[in-house]
Design a binder for this molecule. Structure first.
Ligand SMILES: Nc1ncnc2c1ncn2[C@@H]1O[C@H](COP(=O)(O)OP(=O)(O)OP(=O)(O)O)[C@@H](O)[C@H]1O
Ligand SMILES: [Mg+2]
Length: 320
């Protein structure tokens, strides 16, 4: 397993392509986007939005904040057994010294975002541990326990505050506070900034536990089914068995034992039409270029950027 700090780095790097990229944004726009996306794919949930019309901007990484929203929405949805009401509120507030002290933050103007659900709530023992990596109350295979650890890491990175109010049977409310930025919000309009969802099955081949865990999780959130494989050999074994179901292979170039280039050749022997997205921590170098020339569909550099990953996968799978 990956160590805590390395894992946090991995979790954080996904939204930012190597660089933490905060910019002044209006959280209402982001809430609308995330809630819209969420509602379209899940029936049975009603989300009420009470958004302050003149919300000040905050300096935040849009990809990371979107991840925060989605993780909280998914948790709420699961806590309500997939049916119920959620309320999303945004407002500007002034936080006092007394309130900020225990979080080691400066008092002043913050944007407050809350998400309330009417789900089953949590007892004290659960509440005390929810932000721990790998803490989950869900059945084996249902949850990794990384959702809130990621949320916590992201909010901390933004100099923000996160707290939660919950009681068994009384629902749960998550509160997030982010410092108000002096700069005006940059309009979030470019299409390339949008995360694209899709469907299909992806074989994710990488020898690094953290990459398989985090990228696998993101792919699932984007709507894909995922088979993880920790080596080239294992990838071949799975592809042999599941080739009718697998729509795309994401293949790491540098792995101990059978590397990406050799795995690609062997995959082509099983299925000449195999669709492969190459991935590497290095830029497109000599060997990766050869594999591209031999028919790989694309190349993506690690650490993955959420938006870039979602676009490449959707493009190769023929989605819009
Ligand atoms: N809105 C909520 N209502 C009730 N319990 C919650 C809520 N959000 C989180 N929890 C509790 O906190 C635990 C940890 O949440 P976290 O998102 O970190 O992991 P997970 O949801 O179990 O797994 P994953 O996010 O990987 O699917 C959950 O297992 C659940 O017990
Ligand atoms: Mg979760």
């Amino acid at each position: 397993m990956v160590k805590g700090s390395a894992l946090t780095k991995q979790l954080l790097s996904l939204g930012r392509g190597g660089v933490f990229a905060p910019k002044p944004i209006n959280l209402n726009t982001l809430i609308d986007k995330a809630a819209g996306l969420f509602c379209r794919t899940r029936s049975g949930v009603a989300i009420t939005r009470k958004l302050a019309p003149d919300l000040p901007s905050v300096e935040a990484d849009p990809g990371q904040m979107e991840q925060v929203m989605l993780n909280l929405l998914v948790n709420a949805w699961q806590a309500m057994s997939r049916q119920g009401d959620m309320t999303l509120v945004s407002e500007a507030v002034t936080l006092s010294e007394a309130f900020c002290e225990s979080y080691k933050r400066r008092p002043g103007r913050y944007v407050h975002l809350s998400l309330a659900d009417t789900g089953k709530g949590m007892d004290e023992a659960t509440l005390a541990r929810i932000f721990e990596p790998f803490f989950t109350t869900k059945d084996v295979g249902q949850g990794t326990g990384l959702g809130l650890a990621t949320v916590y890491a992201i909010i901390k990175h933004h100099q923000g505050i996160i707290r939660v109010d919950s009681q068994p049977g009384q629902g749960t409310t998550f509160h997030i506070f982010l410092p108000v930025s002096a700069k005006a919000a940059v309009a979030e309009t470019t299409r390339d900034d949008a995360v694209l969802r899709g469907s299909g099955t992806v074989l994710l081949v990488d020898d690094e536990d953290g990459i398989r865990l985090v990228a696998g999780r993101i792919l699932k959130q984007l709507g894909y089914q995922v088979f993880p494989a920790e080596s080239g050999l294992r990838a071949l074994e799975i592809y042999h068995r599941e080739r009718d179901r697998i729509d795309l292979v994401i293949l790491d170039m540098l792995m101990p034992g059978m590397g990406g280039a050799e795995t690609f050749q062997k995959l082509k022997e099983i299925d000449p039409g195999v669709r492969v997205l190459l991935s590497s921590g290095y830029s497109l170098d000599g060997e990766a270029q050869q594999v591209m020339a031999a028919g790989a569909r694309g190349f993506i550099q690690k650490p993955y950027r959420l938006t870039v990953l979602s676009h490449m996968v959707a493009e190769i799978l023929g989605a819009p």
